[in-house]
Each structure stands twice: as structure tokens, then as C-alpha cells.
Design a protein around this ligand. Structure first.
Ligand code: ZN
Ligand code: ZN
Length: 150
């Protein structure tokens, strides 16, 4: 039986594996932004918030791509699987979280979505009736940092 809150995951080809422990936050958000679409080739990505201090790669090393001035995305250099999204360290408190792509978890069934973000960019033919909060941009408690509105 896995330790509560501990998740392992990895990519399709198996070159990179990671382990993380969930913290206080139970935020799991579907993101419809254009960058998540382009980076995944899918129509949205689902991100699970982990404390960065409790997340580590256990096999192989991901490649990274600085997708904007404020964030870095990590992915498998062999098969292309997306692993994480993290704000740059200059953003201090919000970079203490690392956002892990739910589809890369070994047990994605054990987490539950809480929000939809960047719904202004949601494709018109994607529908959801889960009743969860929908935010036109970033999560409002992150968006209160003005450096994110650039
Ligand atoms: Zn891979
Ligand atoms: Zn996104």
C-alpha cells in the first residue's frame, strides 16, 4: 500500500521517473491555456500542486523549456511526456509549488480536479459539466502577484 499523499510517476518510455508528496494544497486544475495545448499537443493539461521541496526525480533527468519569462516546463527528452510546470525562483512564494501533469502520475485516479483555469482560451467544442470553479485566467490567488500579469 502506498504511503498516503505520496505519488510516483513517469513518462511513456520509462526514461524518467519521479516521486512527490502532496502538501496542504489539494489544488488540481485543468488548464486550457494556449501554451499547455502547444506543449502537449492535447487540448488541455491537468496540473496537480505539490510542494517543490517534496518532489524529486528518481530516475533519469528531464529536459526543460523556459516557456515564458516566469516559468519552466520539464519533460522527457526521449518520448516528450510533460512532467512539470514551475514558476521561476524570483517569484519566491509561488515557486515553492511545482505543478505536476496529472497524466504522468502512476495513480491519477487518486487525485480529484478542483478548478478550471484559462477558460477564456478553452476550445468551444470542449465541454465540462463538473460544476467546479472556472477562472478566465490563472487561479486568482496566484494572479494577485502582478508579475504574473505580464
Ligand atoms: Zn520518456
Ligand atoms: Zn496552461
Amino acid at each position: 500500500m502506498a504511503e498516503p499523499g505520496v505519488h510516483e510517476g513517469g513518462c511513456l518510455c520509462g526514461a524518467v521517473r519521479y516521486r512527490g508528496r502532496l502538501g496542504e494544497s489539494k489544488t488540481v486544475t485543468h488548464c486550457y491555456c494556449r501554451m499547455c495545448r502547444k506543449v502537449s499537443g492535447g487540448t488541455f493539461l491537468t496540473w496537480v500542486e505539490f510542494p517543490a521541496k517534496d518532489f524529486a526525480y528518481t530516475k533519469g533527468q528531464p529536459r526543460y523549456f523556459k516557456s515564458s519569462e516566469i516559468a519552466v516546463r520539464r519533460f522527457c527528452g526521449s518520448c516528450g511526456c510533460q512532467f512539470t510546470y514551475q514558476y521561476v525562483p524570483e517569484l519566491e512564494s509561488i515557486s515553492e509549488s511545482i505543478w505536476v501533469a496529472a497524466g504522468s502520475l502512476d495513480r491519477p485516479d487518486d487525485i480529484a480536479p478542483t478548478d478550471h483555469i484559462f477558460t477564456d482560451n478553452q476550445l468551444p467544442w470542449l465541454h465540462s459539466d463538473d460544476g467546479l470553479p472556472r477562472w478566465p485566467g490563472q487561479l486568482p490567488w496566484l494572479h494577485s502577484d502582478d508579475r504574473l500579469s505580464r
